[in-house]
Design a protein around this ligand. Structure first.
Ligand SMILES: [Cu+2]
Length: 457
C-alpha cells in the first residue's frame, strides 16, 4: 500500500515536471481528477512578509491546486479577487491550498487579504493558460524584487554589476528627503480646570497624504497629520487633558498603552466608553501617577488603524541610569530617541513612519550617550540590531530593570517598549536595522527597517 502511494506521488511529480517542460496547456488525464475545483496540476507558492514567491506564475485553463507554504512569521492567505477565490489563512510554518477550477485564459491579480499585507506589497499575478515555464523560472529565484527574474546561482557578471549598481544608488540616496516628520514633542497649553493646573493637548485623528519613502505616498491614518503622532512628555503628578477629535471616516478611541489611568479613560470602546464617532470629540482627562513610558494608539479596528499610522509615544519622567553603567562612563543622557517600529498597513516596514532610505540618521560624538526607547506598533516582533556600539537595556515597558542587560540585537514584540543606552565608542557609520532580513535588505539593496548611527570624534 505504502509503495503504491509512493509511486502515485512520484507519477504526480513527474506529470508536474513534464508539464513545466512541455510548456503547453493540454494537461493530462493521467493524474486523475481531484474531484474538487482544482485540476491535476499543482503549483507551489511560498508566502512570507510581504510577498509571494514566485509572485507571478501560471496554471492551465482547466485549473490547478495552488499549494501555499508559509515561511514567514505572520499568517497569510492567497486570494484571486477576480475569480472570487480565497484560501484559508495559513499560519506561519504550515501549508494550505487553494483549488482553482476551469477558468478563461487571462492574467489575474493575486493578493493576501490580511489587512495591510497587500498594501505592503503582497500582491502578484496568476496567468491562466499562460506559459508555465515562466512560473518555474520564477520559483527558482529567491526574491521578488526587480532582480527576481535572475536566479542568484545563474547570475552573469553583467547582472551582478547591475545589482551592485542598484544597491549603491539606494545606499547613496540615504538619508533621502521626504515630506513630513512625525514624533516631535507637542507642547501643551496650560489651563486651570476644576482648580487644577492642567496640560491640555488638542489631538485630531485624520487621514493625510504621507510620504513613507521617496515616491511612496500613502493615505496615512494619523494623529495631527504626522506618523508617529506627536510625542507627549509628562511628569509624575501632571494633570492632563487630551481633547481628542475624530475626523476619520470610521469611529475610533484612544488607548494610553502602558500608562496607569482610571478605567473609564482606558479608551477601549465599547467597554470603557462609547466609540468616538466621526466628527465627535472625547475628552481624556487624568492624573499622571507613575513614571515610565507608553504609547497612545487606537483601540478600535486596531489591526488596520494602528499600522496605518495611529500611534504616538508618551514619556513620563526620566529613566534612571543604573549605577553599574555610571561606573562605565554612562554618566548622563546626551540624546533621547524614540523609535516606533511598524510593519503593516499603508505604511509598511518602517522606523518612525519612514522606510529606508528616508529613515532618520542619528549622530553621537565619542563618549556621548543616547537613550533609545523602542516601541513596536506593528503586527510582528522585530529584533533591532545596532552594529556598534553594544546597547544596554535599562528598562522594559517603562519600568527600570533590576540590573541592565547587554543587547546588540533586541527582540521587540508588538506592544513592548525597551529603553536602551548606547554610548558612542568607535568612529564610523554603523548600520542599525531589524535583523529579520526580509525587513531590511534584499536584491535591490537596503529597504524598510534600516537606519544608521554616525559616531564622530
Ligand atoms: Cu522586522
Amino acid at each position: 500500500m505504502l509503495g503504491w502511494l509512493a509511486l502515485a506521488v512520484a507519477v504526480g511529480a513527474l506529470v508536474v515536471g513534464l508539464f513545466g517542460l512541455r510548456n503547453d496547456n493540454s494537461g493530462s488525464s493521467a493524474a486523475g481528477s481531484e474531484g474538487g475545483g482544482g485540476g491535476p496540476t499543482s503549483v507551489s507558492v511560498q508566502v512570507s512578509e510581504f510577498k509571494f514567491t514566485p509572485n507571478s506564475f501560471s496554471i492551465p485553463t482547466e485549473g490547478a491546486t495552488i499549494k501555499i507554504t508559509n515561511i514567514g512569521t505572520a499568517a497569510h492567505n492567497l486570494s484571486i479577487p477576480q475569480l472570487g477565490l480565497k484560501s484559508a489563512d495559513v499560519a506561519p510554518g504550515t501549508s494550505g491550498e487553494l483549488k482553482v477550477g476551469k477558468n478563461a485564459a487571462g492574467v489575474y491579480e493575486i493578493r493576501c487579504e490580511i489587512p495591510g499585507h497587500a498594501d505592503s506589497g503582497m500582491t502578484g499575478t496568476i496567468s491562466v493558460g499562460g506559459s508555465s515555464s515562466e512560473g518555474a523560472a520564477a520559483a527558482a529565484s529567491t526574491d521578488t524584487g526587480s532582480h527576481a527574474a535572475v536566479n542568484g546561482a545563474l547570475m552573469t557578471p553583467a547582472q551582478n554589476a547591475q545589482m551592485d549598481a542598484t544597491m549603491l544608488a539606494v545606499a547613496q540616496a540615504y538619508p533621502a528627503k521626504t515630506e513630513g516628520l512625525g514624533g516631535k514633542v507637542l507642547e501643551p497649553k496650560i489651563e486651570t480646570i476644576n482648580g487644577k493646573q492642567t496640560k491640555v493637548y488638542d489631538i485630531e485623528a485624520k487621514i493625510v497624504d504621507w510620504e513613507v519613502s521617496p515616491g511612496k505616498k500613502v493615505k496615512a491614518w494619523t494623529y495631527n497629520g504626522v506618523v508617529p503622532g506627536p510625542e507627549l512628555d509628562w511628569q509624575k503628578g501632571d494633570h492632563v487633558l487630551v481633547n481628542f477629535k475624530n475626523s476619520l471616516p470610521q469611529s475610533t478611541s484612544v488607548h494610553f498603552h502602558g500608562i496607569r489611568v482610571p478605567n473609564q479613560m482606558d479608551g477601549v470602546d465599547p467597554y470603557t466608553q462609547p466609540p468616538v464617532e466621526p466628527g465627535q470629540v472625547f475628552k481624556y482627562e487624568f492624573d499622571v501617577i507613575e513614571d515610565g513610558n507608553g504609547i497612545y494608539h487606537s483601540h478600535h479596528n486596531a489591526q488596520e488603524q494602528i499600522p496605518n499610522g495611529m500611534f504616538g509615544a508618551i514619556l513620563v519622567g526620566e529613566m534612571p541610569i543604573p549605577d553599574m553603567l555610571k561606573s562605565m562612563g554612562y554618566t548622563k543622557v546626551d540624546k533621547k530617541v524614540t523609535m516606533v517600529l511598524n510593519d503593516a498597513g499603508v505604511i509598511g516596514l518602517s522606523l518612525n513612519g519612514k522606510s529606508f532610505p528616508a529613515t532618520e540618521p542619528y549622530t553621537l560624538r565619542v563618549g556621548q550617550v543616547m537613550e533609545v526607547t523602542y516601541q513596536n506598533e506593528g503586527l510582528m516582533g522585530h529584533p533591532m540590531h545596532m552594529h556598534q556600539p553594544m546597547g544596554w537595556i535599562i528598562a522594559k515597558d517603562g519600568k527600570p530593570l533590576p540590573s541592565p542587560i547587554p543587547g546588540d540585537t533586541i527582540w521587540v514584540a508588538p506592544g513592548e517598549r525597551y529603553t536602551v543606552l548606547y554610548k558612542g565608542t568607535d568612529i564610523g557609520v554603523w548600520a542599525w536595522h531589524c535583523h529579520i532580513l526580509n525587513h531590511a535588505e534584499g536584491p535591490n539593496g537596503m529597504f524598510g527597517m534600516v537606519t544608521a548611527l554616525i559616531v564622530e570624534r
